[in-house]
Design a protein around this ligand. Structure first.
Ligand SMILES: Cc1cc2nc3c(=O)[nH]c(=O)nc-3n(C[C@H](O)[C@H](O)[C@H](O)COP(=O)(O)O)c2cc1C
Length: 238
């Protein structure tokens, strides 16, 4: 197994899989493609990570604010993040496990307090957001690495980031653990209790940044937007 992993390591490097400016395929011509089939369980874990995070893009970034049992604040970004539903409103963030059972501070805080704030991230916030991903000793406060300002929450203990144009106060609904190895998922499902949104004077929506593969991000304010209506029920029937 080790030899096979060694052989496969490095197959998916950034240059091969991240092509931020590539040729645009014509939308009207779909061609069947030849594929290579891979068993994730047999792949080198770094290669697998690089392949998956370059494929599921762009990913929104949840800048998650929590406090520990003593009320000490913590801030960290997570791009394994999605909405889940609207009745009730819910979202999911996946916090991956470290080696030998080590847990990220955010996850430990969520287990201890059950409360968090998801702050969405714009282009102006990326440097601060990036700094909060540093691994500091437990209890040390990533807010201090940034110029972000605290804003009190209505119904949860952790503060929000005042510079973020939209934030969600959440309560943990369930934590689902999938696997035990380093890199395995801890899905934190949160119920959204409050939404704070900045409405711009010109009425336009804010556009967050998304995470691509490697160290690539996309500023969703810059690329072309296109509109695609869902097929009607009639058209969706086989
Ligand atoms: C843009 C970005 C996205 C990230 N996404 C995730 C993620 O989805 N899941 C995860 O476990 N770690 C992710 N990380 C790494 C964590 O932010 C990092 O492990 C951090 O130190 C965790 O902080 P904590 O120990 O204070 O919770 C991401 C880092 C960056 C910069």
């Amino acid at each position: 197994m080790a030899a096979r992993n060694e052989e496969r390591r490095g197959r998916f490097n950034e240059a091969q899989i991240v092509q931020p400016i590539g040729p645009r395929p014509s939308a009207s011509h779909n061609h069947a493609l030849p594929h290579e089939s891979l068993d994730p369980a047999q792949m080198d874990s770094q290669d697998l990570y690089r392949l998956l995070v370059s494929a599921v893009v762009p990913r929104p970034i949840a800048l998650v604010s929590t406090v520990d049992a003593d009320g000490r604040p913590n801030l960290a970004p997570f791009s394994f993040f999605q909405l889940g539903g609207v009745a009730p409103a819910s979202l999911v963030v996946s916090i991956t496990a470290g080696s030998e059972g080590w847990e990220k501070d955010t996850l430990a805080n969520l287990r201890a307090t059950g409360e968090f704030v998801v702050n969405l991230v714009t282009r102006e916030m990326v440097e601060g957001m990036n700094l909060t991903s540093r691994r500091l000793p437990k209890g040390d406060d990533e807010w201090q690495l940034t110029s972000f300002s605290h804003v009190s929450s209505d119904v949860v203990r952790p503060d929000g980031v005042a510079e973020s144009p939209m934030r969600f106060e959440c309560r943990v609904h369930t934590i689902v653990e999938h696997g035990t190895e380093k890199g395995s998922a801890r899905y934190v499902i949160g119920e959204i209790l409050r939404i704070h949104t900045h409405v711009r004077e010109d009425g336009t929506a804010f556009l967050p940044v998304g995470r691509m593969g490697g160290a690539w991000y996309i500023d969703t304010a810059v690329p072309e937007l296109f509109h695609l209506e869902r097929p009607s029920d009639e058209e969706r029937r086989p």
